[in-house]
Design a protein around this ligand. Structure first.
Ligand code: XMP
Length: 495
């Protein structure tokens, strides 16, 4: 009876067990499109998401990802207020419109206005009377008069004919209007009231990131993690402007989690992504719970020890393909989370049905991850730890304990925890955009080999060949001494 369990057990495969087969192709890598669905209502331009881990994603990483067309998930190992502040930092940094507009009144003196401009480090102020915009005053207007007549009133020298735009004006239109009228800043007007200001400098800055992930109002997109039962956090993040809330836990295939996910979804406007899972049955249950996205991965991560500590998991390529089979029928996007080491792994994850992949270790060593660079034996590293590691479980806001369903009461915390992750360091890799460039370059090359013009075609058209360990050995550089590390063949060996 017991032997049947083993005899009927299916095989599980991961990235190194397969290679993509080159197909007849007229697709040039430079021409492929990498936009993809990250959740039911959001598309991003590259299929890369950063992990909700306290050594990977805070605002700086989320901004770097959004600038390049990906998405960052702000971790939850901090207080709700701290997490909200990180979400707002991302939203503010990608906002073309300055929304906390500092204004002045027509009766203010030039000295007052001058002081305010110095204090706030701005060079122009809209003039508002009874809530309505009646003029604009700039440093240039004040300069010739400030010394001789500092008490002069704003209304006497302000420009009354203010060129304005509306909320629906596109950045291109705004730039044309600003150049045509030779003005540097354009107040944004809604129902006669000033709701923001757009400057030429900000529009030009925006053009530096044509691929960026932006929400409906043009701000950077950001996601944020919450615990499976933390409605208060989910609602607060939603209010703060998070586009996607990600329920982050080690095992989401639990009826109480699926049930509570529904409650969370009913109380937020953001899309709700739920994970992690690794089986078809779990996908069916989450989809029945009406989630907007599914995250897959039980134990594939570089810092994970779940498979060793609990003996549980599903090799990641099998897990993604099983979940994607079910999710595709319901148009629910799938995130392949953990275990990716090379751009080729990103390509394989997508080919078996992932719409996006979530990266921890590949991004943890970049400039934008939280934490300092440490130098060991003359080489630079950054700390990287599992959210189920002792350090993450006992530090921060306790997200680690909750992620792994562990409760800590009273003293001797360490002895009462069973970690499912480890702490270590990864080589420092410079700026995140350089890593993303290499990853997307590798993915595009793969799509060229497979004859796929876009992510959907990559999922539909690509084929695999099952390989042996000798096949994998042959795949890596061999029989030579590598003296010069290639940027897209990163080694994770310490020294
Ligand atoms: P990579 O391989 O990209 O994996 O470093 C990152 C993903 O690993 C998950 N994660 C953990 N899994 N124990 C686990 O079993 C942990 O302590 C742990 N911390 C993170 C998570 O899904 C992340 O995105």
């Amino acid at each position: 009876m017991f032997s049947k369990k083993l005899k009927t057990a299916p095989e599980g495969y991961t990235f190194d067990d397969f290679l993509l087969v080159p197909s007849r192709s007229s697709v040039e890598p430079k021409d492929v499109k990498t936009h993809t669905q990250v959740s039911r209502n959001f598309t991003i331009n590259i299929p890369i998401i950063s992990s909700a881990m306290d050594t990977v994603t805070e605002a700086e990483m989320a901004i770097a990802l959004a600038q390049e067309g990906g998405l960052g998930v702000i971790h939850r190992n901090m207080s709700i207020n701290e997490q909200i502040a990180e979400v707002k930092k991302v939203k503010r940094s990608g906002d073309l419109t300055i929304r906390d507009v500092i204004t002045t009144k027509p009766d203010a003196s030039l000295r007052e206005v001058h002081e305010m401009m110095d204090e706030e480090e701005i060079s122009g102020l809209p003039v508002v009377h009874n809530g309505k915009l009646i003029g604009i005053i700039s440093r240039r207007d004040i300069k010739p008069i400030i010394n001789s007549d500092p008490q002069k009133k704003v209304r006497e020298i302000m420009t009354e004919d203010v060129v304005t735009i509306s909320e629906s004006t596109t950045p291109e239109e705004a730039l044309d209007i600003a150049y045509e009228n030779k003005v540097e800043r354009l107040p944004v007007i809604k129902e006669n009231h000033i709701v923001g200001i757009v400057t030429i400098r900000d529009i030009l800055e925006l053009k530096k990131f044509p691929n960026a992930s932006r929400d409906k109002t043009g701000r950077f997109m950001v996601a944020a993690a919450t615990g499976p039962f933390d409605l208060e956090r989910a609602m607060a993040l939603d209010d703060a402007g998070a586009d996607i809330i990600a329920i982050d836990c080690a095992h989401a295939h639990k009826p109480n989690i699926v049930k509570f996910a529904k409650t969370i979804k009913e109380n937020i406007e953001a899309d709700l992504v739920v994970g992690n899972i690794a089986t078809r049955e779990a996908a069916e249950d989450l989809i029945a719970g009406d989630v907007d996205g599914i995250k897959v991965g039980i134990g594939p991560g570089s810092i994970c020890t779940t498979r060793i500590i609990a003996g549980v998991g599903v090799p990641q390529l099998t897990a993604i393909s099983d979940v994607a089979d079910v999710a595709k029928e319901h148009n629910v996007p799938v995130i392949g989370d953990g275990g990716l080491r090379f751009s080729g792994d990103v390509a394989k994850a997508i080919a078996v049905g992932a719409d996006t992949v979530m990266l921890g270790s590949l991004l943890a060593g970049t400039h934008e991850s939280p934490g300092e660079v440490v130098i060991m034996n003359g080489r630079k590293f950054k700390q990287y730890r599992g959210m189920g590691s002792l350090g993450a479980m006992t530090g921060g806001a306790g997200a680690g304990t909750d992620r792994y369903f562990q409760e800590v009461k009273g003293p001797m915390k360490h002895a009462k925890l069973v970690p499912e992750g480890v702490e270590g360091v990864v080589p420092y890799k410079g700026m995140a955009n350089e890593i993303l460039f290499q990853l997307i370059g590798g993915l595009k090359a793969s799509m060229g080999y497979c004859g796929a013009n876009n992510i959907e075609e990559m999922q539909e058209k690509s084929h695999f060949v099952r390989i042996t360990s000798s096949g994998m050995k042959e795949s890596h550089p061999h029989d030579l001494l590598i003296t010069n590390e290639s940027p897209n063949y990163p080694t994770t060996r310490l020294m």
